[in-house]
Ligand binder design. Structure first.
Ligand SMILES: C[S@@+](CC[C@H](N)C(=O)[O-])C[C@H]1O[C@@H](n2cnc3c(N)ncnc32)[C@H](O)[C@@H]1O
Length: 451
């Protein structure tokens, strides 16, 4: 067959006679070539198979590597969060110990000098401390002057003049690889001069590190978070402007913190209005206590509809995955990025335990957001019992109109009982906000009596 094919091929070329043995040789050669071709094809196929295998193994390795890299990034982020939370928790613990010690120590008679209502006096003290290099003490004195007279220029200008020193400190910390200290110096620089856009931009950049989950920016308690924020911002702004403008010296207190949303708004106002107050925040961080009073057990929102049955407690896995540590430490850390952490106090636990640790200071603004009659009663009893109220103190009730605004229930009832149960303080309505909020001004009847 092969021979006849070769024959006809040669004829087509015009070759008429070909010797038989020549054809045999050609045929044999072709066979050899065919065998070699087949072997080569086999070899090529085997090599292609090998290359395919290598490629797919490389793909697998690459996928594995990508997976491991992602897992490593995840672990690093979680570790960083945990380290942050640990540092915040340790700081919070130290602060709690200091508060406990302060509460246990009787007030120092020398502290009576604290009552001087002269902004110039505190500014002069600040200048002396400043000259002696005790910047922190100087800031405290200037801050006191600012509480007495809002935006008091001699103190405000000295505070602003200290800001560059903290910006330089931030640079030094950053250069030495101490980001936490650098961040803290930037927070203080912004506090000292909140109108300085450079300090604000630098702080914003330091906080924008891509792993910054912030519970305090989330509004959980309003159906429309943006509207909720606008309503609360305006309500707190009004109260803060009144406190600042009226020179009501004292601190801010919040009872009912949850994730720290309204606490953050207050801290931002304190900073931006240059109010220089402390913020004391109380919450169980475990949700509402058991309802012990019939007013809570049988109220519309608690007993009847039980709208807060969901225990207002963040689930453990949410806390672990997003906060890296306890909620109170997270809130303390995040709010310490708005005003200095020395001005933020977080008290974890039910009021029945934590109210014993109230500081020996006056309250300028009290935000009651603890929903229940019994919790609100506890707060009023404790603040009154420690003489923390004062003339002009502003009280905001987040839930004044809850329980269908019926005076037999909730914060409304607790407030009415407090007023009725003593004779020193009366109150007048200030304003209402949102659907349920109401603000009141307290009046000390012993002030101005008989004038
Ligand atoms: C509505 S939430 C507070 C909302 C918060 N202000 C915000 O900005 O989201 C009410 C909080 O009050 C707290 N609470 C109520 N009664 C309490 C009590 N007796 N002791 C401690 N916490 C209490 C609850 O744990 C809950 O977190």
């Amino acid at each position: 067959m092969l021979k006849s094919v070769v024959h006809s091929f040669l004829r087509s070329l015009g070759v008429r006679a070909v010797r038989a043995h020549t054809l045999d040789g050609v045929e044999a050669r072709i066979r050899v070539l065919e065998v070699r071709n087949a072997a080569l094809a086999e070899q090529t196929e085997a090599q292609q198979r090998q290359i395919q295998q290598h490629l797919s193994r490389a793909d697998q390795r690459e996928a594995k590597l990508a997976e491991l890299t992602a897992r490593l990034a995840d672990q690093t982020a979680r570790l960083t969060r945990e380290q942050d939370a640990r540092a915040a928790a340790l700081e919070l613990l130290a602060q709690t110990r200091a508060v406990v010690a302060r509460v246990a120590t009787p007030p120092d008679p020398a502290a009576a000098a604290d009552t001087v209502c002269d902004a110039g006096h505190w500014t002069r003290l600040g200048v002396a401390e400043d000259a002696a290099g005790r910047t922190d003490v100087a800031i405290a004195h200037y801050a006191r002057a600012m509480q007495l007279i809002h935006r008091y220029h001699p103190a405000a200008s000295r505070l602003a003049a200290l800001a560059p020193q903290f910006l330089r400190a931030a640079d030094a910390h950053a250069a030495a690889g101490r980001p936490a200290e650098a961040k803290r110096a930037l927070v203080r620089a912004v506090e000292l001069d909140p109108a300085d856009p450079t300090a604000r931009a630098r702080l914003a950049a330091a906080l924008d590190d891509g792993r910054h989950f912030d519970l305090t920016k989330i509004c959980y308690v309003y159906h429309d978070p943006a509207r909720g924020k606008a309503i609360y911002q305006e309500a707190f702004l009004r109260a803060a402007e009144y406190v600042a403008g009226g020179g009501v010296v004292g601190e801010f207190f919040e009872f009912g913190v949850l994730g720290g949303f309204t606490a953050r708004l207050q801290c931002e106002l304190i900073r931006d209005l240059r109010m220089w107050r402390e913020v004391h925040l109380f919450d169980s961080f475990e949700g509402l206590p058991a309802y012990t009073s019939p007013a809570d057990r049988d109220g519309y929102d608690t007993g009847v509809r039980n709208v807060w049955a969901d225990p207002m407690r963040f689930p453990d896995d949410f806390v672990r995955d997003n906060l890296g540590g306890p909620v109170d430490a997270h809130i303390f850390a995040r709010l310490g990025e708005v005003i200095g952490p020395d001005r933020v106090f977080v008290y974890r636990g039910f009021f029945s335990e934590t109210l014993a640790r109230l500081p020996a200071t006056k309250a300028a603004l009290v935000h009651i957001d603890c929903d229940l009659y019994s919790s609100t009663r506890e707060v009023f009893d404790a603040l009154a019992g420690r003489d923390m109220f004062q003339d002009g103190c502003v009280i905001l009730f987040d839930d004044y109109n809850c329980f269908r605004a019926n005076p037999a229930f909730g914060e409304r009832r607790a407030f009415a009982e407090f007023l009725a149960g003593q004779s020193r303080y009366t109150a007048s309505p200030f304003y209402t906000y949102g659907a349920n909020g109401a603000a009141f001004l307290l009046h000390d009847t012993t002030v101005g009596a008989g004038l």
